[in-house]
Design a protein around this ligand. Structure first.
Ligand code: ADP
Length: 668
């Protein structure tokens, strides 16, 4: 076995590979870009080499630098992970030419599968079923169109060099063909520098079912069953599971054997995935083969109990496959959800920023978190905005889905927008639970996935939690005198001699403003909230330790966690998350409404403008600074008449929620 390998990747997959290498006693070398200097994969590895600038093309895609790092550190092999250089035949060749083992298939296999049309020709000859279509070299528009007309609509145009769903177009009728072809070609040329197309029959209700295969250098080849990746958005996988629901044993065997045949047709080695479309009638068709480890490989690991990265290292080290086909069994059901920094309410725009607050579900035999980030890390513009993969396992699909929904509730992130609630809505939806799957699942159920309320807490419950939070005594002021905290003169809580103190707070929840009054008496918080249609009163108690809350609301116990950034509270509970903004009290005179600590950044964001000069007198309520956060502008106003002594941040700078923005001194 190798004594040292280099991992030519970053993020969760680099961390995941390092973990297995370490378990096998293999030392690891990480490579990193400027932006990743303190990333988890760098900290986890035994050694790390800086290979260039933050943009991938200046670092992770620079094969020569990666190789130089391997040679310099004495790494005997390179694991490319997925993406970046993993399917780059030249890089694999460069490694071999320099005596470094590329942990992946031989160059010939990468090349054979690199072109969708060449791959199809090979598979056709090997007798692997293909979607009917045209994948010839005559690329004249007339030939392509004639092929489409002949096979009948709908058809799918695909870029032969394509990937990640780009350069694909559905065509529903002959008269739309020319326009769709032009568009697909443009996209393909931009994306892959090659606008050759193939035309396929478009299946209207297929499932995406892929087979994990493995081959060694000793003539052994096996399949490790299937994964269903039908839940896709714009041809990108969102949820993946194994085994595929409703799969019969004969079909499983037929697809597995076809996949092995496909791998053998190109003299494959190592881990590969053969993707098929499975039609409603049980017929299946080869789509493509990915010559690397897939993002979704963990679901296969959880149902087979095998470590696929360990298998990859063994095969690369010339060892035989750890198991024969007859020794492989599948047990239970696993589902993976890809957690992304993106905004499902805004066309899934990638989100960037700091993971100001990050709590992950407890890992166990049922819950696995593959992640490459910790609290405080940045999700940058440079790389894929995937934050982590959450993978769950249980004896059957129904229980696995319950594990998933529970774990998603325990995945708590504040500071940037994520798809966690969206994933929850998919996982918890009736059609997903009923395994009503095909590749248009999300399209078909879009209404359902968008319109379910973000949280399942009632407004009353949300207000009760906010009341509990605002009723809390302010944090004791740190003091040098040891016992000062215990002194009643130092306490800033609600205890008063001979009368009950009533606190009034204004708060905005879900766009509606409420006035909340709380009163501490007999160890309980008596609260009342008014606003909108609501008038609620109740009694509750709350114990808080750090960010964890234990609440008893009208006799019902529950727990939650809370993150506060400036005036913004994000509360997470088993029933969902919600955000509440504390509104500064209205003191009557219109402009001085911002007395409540408005000089702190309300959340993570960017400074947009400084609107006053330091040292110049301003009126109460004057906007001093503008910040942008979560795509909205926030005015930072003078709490009273006075002047700004100093701004701590300049326009364009990033600030974290709760940070002090400027030094303001009130007029005498
Ligand atoms: P890419 O390499 O860009 O990911 P694939 O060929 O793997 O492209 O296809 C991606 C997805 O597109 C599939 O998972 C499936 O949802 C859809 N798809 C591909 N080919 C067809 C087809 N012939 N009919 C219907 N859907 C298809």
């Amino acid at each position: 076995m190798f004594s040292k390998i280099l991992i030519a990747n970053r993020g969760e997959i680099a961390c995941r590979i390092i973990r297995t290498a370490r378990a096998m006693g293999v030392k690891t070398v990480a490579v990193y870009s400027d932006a990743d200097a303190t990333a988890q994969h760098v900290l986890l590895a035994d050694e790390a080499v800086h290979i260039g600038g933050s943009a991938s093309r200046d670092s992770y895609l620079k094969g020569d630098r990666v190789l130089a790092a391997a040679l310099q550190t004495g790494a005997q092999a390179v694991h490319p992970g997925y993406g970046f250089l993993s399917e780059n035949a030249q890089f694999s060749e460069l490694c071999s030419a320099n005596g470094v083992v590329f942990i992946g298939p031989p160059v010939g296999a990468i090349e054979a599968m690199g072109s969708k049309s060449a791959a199809k020709q090979i598979m056709e000859q090997a007798g692997v079923p293909l979607v009917p279509g045209y994948h010839g070299s005559d690329q004249s528009p007339a030939t392509l169109k004639a092929a489409a007309d002949q096979m009948g609509y709908p058809v799918l145009l695909k870029a032969v060099a394509g990937g990640g769903g780009k350069g694909m177009r559905q065509v529903w009728a002959s008269d739309q063909f020319d326009e769709a072809l032009a568009a697909a070609k443009r996209e393909a040329l931009n994306g892959f520098g090659n606008d050759d197309m193939l035309v396929e029959k478009y299946l209207t209700q297929p499932r995406h079912v892929e087979i994990q295969v493995f081959c060694d250098n000793h003539g052994n080849a096996v399949y490790l069953f299937e994964r269903d990746c039908s839940v896709q958005r714009r041809h990108q996988k969102v949820l993946e599971e194994a085994p595929a629901p409703g799969m019969s044993e004969p079909l499983r065997r037929a697809m597995g054997e076809a996949a092995v045949k496909a791998a053998q047709a190109i003299d494959y080695r190592g881990a590969g995935t053969v993707e098929f479309l499975l039609d409603v009638d049980g017929s299946f068709f080869f789509m493509e083969m990915n010559t690397r480890l897939q993002v979704e490989h963990p679901v296969t690991e959880l149902i087979t109990g095998e470590d696929l990265v360990e298998w990859q290292l063994r095969v690369a080290d010339n060892q035989p496959l750890p198991k024969a086909q007859s020794e492989l069994t599948l047990r239970g059901h696993a589902v993976e959800a890809r957690i992304y920094a993106e905004d499902p309410d805004n066309e899934f725009l990638p989100a960037t920023g700091a993971l100001s607050y990050l709590r992950t579900p407890a890992e166990s035999a049922h819950v696995r978190v593959d992640s490459g980030v910790v609290e405080g890390d940045q999700v940058s513009v440079f790389y894929d905005p995937m934050i982590a993969k959450l993978i769950v396992w249980d004896e059957d699909r129904e229980r696995a889905i319950d594990r998933l929904t529970n774990a998603l509730r325990d995945y708590r992130i504040a500071g940037l927008t994520t798809n966690i609630d969206y994933l929850y809505r998919i996982a918890d939806s009736a059609p997903f639970r009923a395994a009503d799957l095909d590749t248009r699942f999300i399209e078909r159920h879009n209404q359902l996935l968008v319109e379910t309320p973000r949280t399942q807490l009632t407004v009353e419950q949300q207000l009760a939690i906010v009341a509990a939070l605002v009723a809390e005594p302010a944090a004791p002021v740190a003091s040098a005198a040891g016992d000062a905290d215990c002194s009643p003169w130092q306490a800033s809580g609600d205890w008063r001699l001979n009368y009950r103190h009533r606190r009034h707070t204004a708060v905005a929840v879900d766009g509606c403003e409420y006035r909340i009054a709380t009163e501490l008496a007999d160890g309980a918080i008596h609260w009342q909230a008014d606003g909108g249609e609501q008038h609620v009163t109740g009694t509750l108690s709350c114990q808080r330790s750090g960010d964890q809350l234990q609440l008893v609301i009208d006799g019902q116990r529950s727990s939650a966690s809370v993150y506060r950034a400036g005036q913004q509270l994000t509360v997470f509970s088993a029933a969902g998350s919600f955000t509440a903004s504390l509104v500064a009290p209205d003191l009557g005179d219109t402009d001085s409404t911002d007395a409540g600590g408005g000089l702190l950044a309300p959340m993570n964001g960017t400074v947009v403008a400084q609107l006053v000069e330091p040292g110049v007198d301003v009126e109460a309520g004057t906007t001093l600074m503008v910040m942008e956060a979560m795509k909205m502008e926030h005015a930072i106003k003078a709490p009273s008449a006075g002047r700004v002594a100093e701004f701590y941040f300049s326009p364009g700078e990033l600030v974290s929620g709760g940070a002090e923005l400027l030094d303001f001194s009130a007029a005498e």
